[in-house]
Design a protein around this ligand. Structure first.
Ligand SMILES: O=P(O)(O)OC[C@H]1O[C@H](OP(=O)(O)OP(=O)(O)O)[C@H](O)[C@@H]1O
Ligand SMILES: NC(=O)CC[C@H](N)C(=O)O
Ligand code: SF4
Ligand SMILES: [Mg+2]
Length: 458
């Protein structure tokens, strides 16, 4: 999952500082690289990118010295192509019709097929991301004006894309027809913003105007804001349920629904479906399990304690690219408060179990601190299938809930009991119907109707 951000002003301004701040607010969506791109006074596309977190990769002071009318930015969590400097985004190129820059959140399921087709006709790729195919598809339609070439490229894509695009001196936002990933529009005075999540608008003092609709292209230029459509009719919408469960920040609003409210509701419904009468306290796995734990505690009238402390200097562990770093991360990141554990029956709520790294470590530590019973409650259904749409859930063999049944997993993590949320409760908490939400990593029901399993590395 990545984060994208873009800004457009009718006159030159230090917009890159806003982009920097917006990316900072989207850091939870990608920790591997960060970058910005803008159009300078000569109409040329410029870019600064680096590996690591926003404050390591980019220099806020230097960026704040630049004035521009249009700029985009990206934080990356690699899902197609390795975690390399060459794959850092935004990707920028100058083709026959002028400069173009693209920041992409999501994953194309036909990216590899398109790349092979283009390579067989002489295209030379500079990166191994799926994102680059969009630029090549545009370059192959150089007879059309750039906006038409972009639309012509997008109509060939299948899968997930929420894009912030620099197109000459225009800012363009585009969201795939299935609406997998979030994308919002905001405004502060006459500056227009696009962002993966509304929390990035808040940080620059912009007001959330609305979501970019699935299948919509929003063009921002000197004429104002225009809305166009990607000419693809989706059979249904596929907004990612995992954004609400784990990925997005709780202060964001996605497709009109507060992530905070959804997470608390997930916890309440979990308590109704899988209660734990007699437990002494409920606690949440920081960070993303916290709100569901509060909802669980409220619904079951059991005291909520912040009984697992998070080391604030460690970021997200699940989105780290290797298992070694994930193991180390969980080790340093989370610790129970010993005196709250002694002789207690404790309910621990987490948002999800993916590989089982976090659950196993914490249950072991809690037991070591003297907890009598540890009941693990998960505020989403079991993750049994890989995601092909921009979250790097591993192949089925690495997914804890695909490798064993719930009793086996309960034994593996050492919990006294383990229970998951029901799928229908997930739809209820999100407030949308089965045909509006993607739950493929839980259900195995993919966009193309079957398990797609092609190697997405281009
Ligand atoms: O079963 P696993 O493979 O351990 O993956 C699941 C865990 O990973 C995520 O936490 P993460 O540390 O990434 O982020 P968070 O701080 O937002 O909870 C998620 O919230 C679970 O706690
Ligand atoms: N997770 C994402 O959104 C990643 C975007 C793109 N597929 C990449 O790997 O660079
Ligand atoms: S498969 Fe899971 S993580 Fe991927 S888009 Fe669907 S719900 Fe989200
Ligand atoms: Mg977590």
């Amino acid at each position: 999952m990545c984060g994208v951000f873009g800004a457009y002003s009718p006159r030159p301004e230090p917009l890159l500082e806003d982009v920097y701040l917006g990316l900072y607010a989207l850091q939870h969506r990608g920790q591997e690289s960060a970058g910005v791109a803008w159009i300078n006074g000569d109409g040329m596309a410029k870019t600064v990118k680096g590996m690591g977190l926003v404050h390591d990769a980019l220099n806020q002071h230097e960026l704040s010295q630049q004035e521009t009318r249009v700029a985009i930015g990206h934080v990356r969590y690699s899902t197609a192509g390795g975690s390399l400097a060459a794959n850092a985004q935004p990707l920028v190129a100058t083709y026959a019709r002028g400069p173009v820059g693209i920041a992409h959140n999501g994953n194309l399921t036909n990216g590899k097929a398109i790349a092979q087709y283009l390579e067989s006709r002489g295209a030379i790729f500079q990166s191994t991301t799926d994102t680059e195919v969009i630029i090549h598809l545009m370059a192959h339609q150089a007879h059309k004006p750039p906006l038409e070439a972009l639309i012509g490229a997008l109509r060939r894509l299948v899968g997930a894309y929420s894009l912030a695009v620099l197109l000459e001196d225009r800012l363009v936002a585009a969201r795939d027809p299935w609406g997998f990933r979030p994308l919002v529009l905001g405004k502060r005075g006459d500056v227009t913003y696009i962002a993966s999540e509304s929390c990035a608008l808040d940080i620059v003092g912009a007001e959330l105007i609305r979501d970019v609709e699935p299948g919509e292209i929003v063009v921002v230029d000197e004429k104002g804001i225009r809305s166009l459509r990607i000419p693809v009719e989706p059979k249904r919408h596929f907004g990612c349920a995992f954004e609400y469960v784990y990925f997005a920040r709780p202060d964001s609003i996605i497709d009109g629904r507060s992530v905070y409210a959804v997470r608390k509701e997930l916890g309440r419904l979990l308590a109704k479906g899988s209660p734990c009468p007699g437990a002494n306290l409920v606690t949440g796995m920081p960070d993303s399990g916290t709100l569901a734990a509060m909802g669980y505690a409220e619904e079951s009238s059991i005291a909520y304690e912040k009984a697992i402390v998070r080391n604030r200097y460690v970021g997200r562990t699940f989105i780290q690219p290797t298992q070694r770093v994930r193991d180390l991360g969980v080790r340093i990141k989370l610790n129970p408060v010993p005196h709250l554990m002694e002789g207690k029956d404790v309910v621990v709520v987490d948002d999800s179990i993916v590989r089982g790294t976090t659950a196993q470590r914490i249950v072991t530590l809690m037991r070591g601190c003297g907890a009598r019973n540890v009941h693990l409650r998960i505020a989403s259904p079991p993750v049994r299938f890989p995601c092909y749409y921009g979250i790097d859930t591993p192949v089925s063999e690495e997914l804890a809930a695909a490798r064993m049944d719930i009793e086996g997993l309960e034994r593996q993590v050492g919990a006294c009991s383990l229970a998951y949320l029901r799928e229908e409760d997930l739809f209820e908490a999100i407030g949308r119907g089965r045909n509006d939400v993607c739950t493929a990593c839980f259900s195995g029901h993919y966009l193309e109707g079957k398990e797609i399993d092609h190697d997405l590395d281009l």
